[in-house]
Write a protein that binds this ligand. Structure first.
Ligand code: 3NM
Ligand code: MG
Length: 534
């Protein structure tokens, strides 16, 4: 039994009011089985033993009808009484060796692990599969010990993949925590193929099925998402698509940029900024100038309401205190749930161990549609995502302005990182590099004055969040349009007679951002030809 199990869509039940509501547990499980879940774990943290066993038996009957294994959470005695296929054991439950003695060789034993150490112990003790978590924070289980994100899960998969002992290669794996229809395909993608040395075998899900109005269609939807290639996959198999059509591509970018600028002007998207005090004023003014609507709120408690307004969020790691990070996590969860774009600005990432920890915390909080930073910041993000970036090159440069890598090298890092994170990476500099892992562009517009004023990097984030919110269809080109709007405006400001230095540049820049706006029926402006995209 244990070797033939399909772990791909793993249902974990929950009997609480908050999730099951007034529905009948056995009925919900049967609907989920009809929808296509491949394995079921009966998890009940409150019931008395008698009820636990009785319900377990009813669930087992239903599962047998669909030829699907049933596991019991925590209670080996209940599993034995029910006669089902095995158990799932948490770190505080019975140890695997004892459970194996009680259950025998043929039963399935799964273990919750959240570190390589726990994985090692579980595999050596003979676990058939590992439930790796917590992937993302979830209200289903508020007392989770560690939220490890995609990178934490990859680290464990990498560890398993590199051990000599065959046991480590054979053990099956599922991840758990905050998985739903909106993020399932990305999670699978990020935990398989070239981005992960050992693929994940499945996803374990509670609320996305158990709390659904219609558990059958929720499961069958999740199942079809699992079994169909994600929408971006078709594109990524055609890496030469754009290069064969360079002239067209340039025209395409111009057209899309103008379309994106018009969309911002006509929809006035919200740009919600969680940022530091120093830059709040200029970022809000820049949001207004480009045609967006700024909200500067660092309060995570109101993020859920703001996320419903259809805008984008910027998280600026400039003040990464524990308080700020807790608010950031709430906001990331809210925007991920609502589907609004999030820009992460990992200010000074890698500079101190506190900032490294803050970056890891944020990356584990959810999905960022775009991560923007200078060369060192993006290299820190790459390291945090498990990339091997040589430290020798880091020592060559002293100040943040010294380039470590050549442009082609940077393009490779940026596009590989974007491909693995399934998002957009923007490395800013005299030449900006932006990629979604399939298309990579360099942009050489801008002015040196942007480096002489505070908040120009943060305000670019403000701009990008608004651009992506107003242009959700192609977020890469939306971001390219935002950068062009921003940097071409800077060029116009720098050329003005009245600009004599960084002080006079700021108001001129705000004016020129405003002047770059294109209203719905306005004709195409001449400045669009000044874009320097490669
Ligand atoms: N175990 P949902 S997280 C039961 O990390 C459970 O070990 C976890 O619920 C762990 O799919 C979790 O609703 C709850 O987010 C997952
Ligand atoms: Mg337990």
């Amino acid at each position: 039994m244990a070797t033939k199990v399909d772990y791909s869509l793993y249902l974990v039940t929950d009997s609480t009011e908050a999730i099951l509501g007034s529905k009948d547990l056995v009925q919900v499980v049967e609907q989920a089985l009809k929808g296509g879940v491949t394995i079921v774990q009966y998890r009940d943290k409150k019931s008395d033993t008698g009820f636990f066993i009785e319900t377990g038996k009813r669930l087992h009957q239903v599962c047998q009808k669909y030829n699907i294994p049933l596991l019991i959470n925590d209670r080996v005695d209940v599993a034995l009484a029910v006669g089902c296929e095995g158990v799932h054991l948490g770190q505080d439950d019975m140890d695997i060796t004892s459970a194996r003695q009680l259950l025998g060789k043929t039963k399935i034993i799964g273990a919750t692990v959240s570190s390589t150490q726990e994985a090692e112990i579980a595999v050596k003790a003979g676990a058939d599969y590992l439930g790796i978590g917590t992937l993302y924070a979830t209200s289903t289980k508020k007392d989770t010990k560690s939220i490890i994100g995609i990178n934490g899960i990859r680290q464990i998969l990498r560890y398993l993949g590199y051990q000599e002992d065959q046991k480590f290669k054979d053990v099956k794996t599922v991840c758990i925590g905050g998985i739903n229809a909106s993020n399932l395909q990305r999670i699978i993608f990020q935990l398989s193929g070239s981005c992960s040395p050992r693929a994940i075998n499945g996803v374990a899900i509670v609320s996305a099925i158990m709390a659904a109005q219609d558990p059958e269609s929720a499961s069958s939807n999740l199942k079809s998402l699992l079994n169909s290639p994600p929408p971006w996959k078709a594109k990524s198999t055609e890496p030469h698509f754009w290069h064969e059509k360079e002239a067209d591509e340039f025209t395409h970018i111009k057209t899309q940029t103008l379309k994106a600028i018009r969309a911002v002007a006509s929809t006035s998207p919200l740009s919600h900024n969680m940022t530091n005090l120093v830059v709040q004023n200029i970022s809000a003014n820049i949001a207004l100038a480009i045609g967006a609507s700024p909200i500067m709120s660092n309060n995570g408690a109101e993020a859920a309401d703001l996320a419903k307004l259809g805008g984008g969020l910027v998280i600026n790691m400039g003040t990464a205190t524990p308080d700020a990070l807790a608010n950031h996590r709430k906001a990331v969860e809210a925007y991920n749930a609502a589907g609004g774009p999030i820009v992460l600005d990992p200010v000074g990432a890698g500079a101190t161990s506190a900032r490294k920890a803050a970056l890891a915390f944020l990356l584990a909080s959810g999905y960022f549609d775009l991560i923007k930073g200078n060369e060192r910041e993006i290299l820190s993000v790459a390291r945090a995502c498990g990339f091997t970036i040589s430290d020798a090159s880091q020592q060559r440069g002293v100040d943040s302005g010294t380039a470590l890598y050549t442009t082609p090298q940077k393009c490779r890092i940026v596009s590989r990182l974007a491909a693995c994170e399934r998002n957009i990476i923007l490395m800013t500099g005299a030449t900006d590099i932006i990629s979604d892992g399939v298309r990579t562009y360099t942009i050489s517009n801008g002015s040196h004055y942007l480096g002489l004023i505070t908040g120009s990097g943060c305000s670019l984030g403000t701009t990008l969040a608004a651009y992506m919110a107003a242009n959700p269809g192609d977020k890469l080109l939306a971001a390219v349009a935002g950068i062009l709007h921003y940097e071409i405006a800077a060029e116009y400001a720098a050329k003005r007679q009245d600009v004599q230095g960084p002080g006079t540049f700021v108001p001129a820049f705000i004016d020129e951002l405003y002047n770059r706006r294109v209203e719905g029926d306005g004709s195409d402006p001449a400045w669009i030809h000044e874009l320097k995209v490669g």
